[in-house]
Design a protein around this ligand. Structure first.
Ligand SMILES: NC(=O)c1ccc[n+]([C@@H]2O[C@H](COP(=O)([O-])OP(=O)(O)OC[C@H]3O[C@@H](n4cnc5c(N)ncnc54)[C@H](O)[C@@H]3O)[C@@H](O)[C@H]2O)c1
Length: 258
């Protein structure tokens, strides 16, 4: 009975709130949009591809501003934002072109800035709001060939923290999530490519839980962070990575048979 009450409470946690989710057509963004809606929020999803409420390129500041104004015109307010739009990319620096550098930073970091800026303008006017940016463990640790992707995600972590400082006294909470490997089209586009199978296994093994995560496991963290259950959490980079960044596992216990 108590479990049912607790579950009902979680399922209604976002009732009467309005949420905006970018990157909502696929993977983590789609899972976040579904989870927030399941918890009772009115969710407006946006993506550069079709299949969501709004077709939007987060690189286009005017379009982002317009989308948020339209949401407020239609629903009266904006309570939460999950910014999941992003792309993979990179490679070792000596081979990286300026075009690739600009492409990844423009979407992952500048796009995040556009969404955060225009959400913050509305949330400051309301005096309340919660933003969750999807960064990455690659924003807090270096990875092989990560270069511009890691730089973009480190930027997202610091943007989130600095906004938390600026707006904490004005009713806004800003956090980010640093996922490990999550089974989405983005991850598959990297690990399923030619010759990558062996690395896919190694990468999976680096997760202490022995598997990649599911998009729903990021969505549950995002729903928590935008909800009032996280009312005293701001400026936090929440690692959701199955133990990837916890420390080294070299198999000594396996060798000892324990
Ligand atoms: N999958 C992982 O292992 C993983 C790990 C850490 C962080 N992330 C981050 O999570 C976020 C979601 O990634 P995913 O794995 O779900 O990938 P995905 O490719 O499944 O989804 C990303 C979505 O972003 C959209 N998008 C891309 N460029 C856009 C633009 N300019 N404007 C609007 N939408 C745009 C895509 O169309 C796509 O629907 C990304 O920011 C990614 O960097 C993913």
């Amino acid at each position: 009975m108590q479990q049912e009450i607790a579950r009902a409470r979680v399922m209604n946690r976002l009732e009467n709130t309005v949420a905006f989710v970018t990157g909502a057509a696929s993977g983590i963004g789609a899972a976040c949009a579904k989870r927030l809606a399941d918890e009772g929020a009115k969710v407006v999803g946006a993506d550069i591809t079709s299949g969501t409420d709004i077709i939007l390129d987060v690189r286009d500041e005017e379009a982002v501003a317009g989308a948020i104004q339209d949401i407020v015109a239609a629903h009266g307010r904006l309570d939460s934002v999950v910014n999941a739009a992003g792309v993979a990319g990179g490679g070792p620096v000596h081979l990286l072109t300026g075009e690739e550098w600009d492409r990844v930073l423009d979407i992952n970091l500048k796009g995040t800035f556009h969404v955060n800026k225009h959400a913050a303008i509305q949330m400051l006017a309301q005096g309340s709001g919660a933003i969750v940016n999807i960064a990455s463990i690659e924003g807090i640790e270096g990875t092989e060939g990560g270069s511009v992707y890691n730089a973009s995600k480190a930027g997202v972590v610091m943007l989130s923290k600095s906004m938390a400082i600026d707006y904490g006294r004005r009713g806004l909470r800003v956090n980010c999530i640093c996922p490990g490997g999550i089974d989405t089209p983005m991850l598959r586009s990297i690990t399923d490519s030619d010759g990558m199978n062996v690395y896919q296994e190694r990468l999976r093994e680096e997760h202490l839980l022995g598997r990649f995560g599911e998009p729903s496991e990021i969505a549950s963290a995002a729903a928590f962070l935008v909800s009032s259950d996280a009312s005293f959490i701001t400026g936090h980079a929440l690692v959701v990575d199955g133990g990837f960044t916890a420390g080294l596992r070299v198999g000594i216990l396996d060798q000892l048979g324990v």
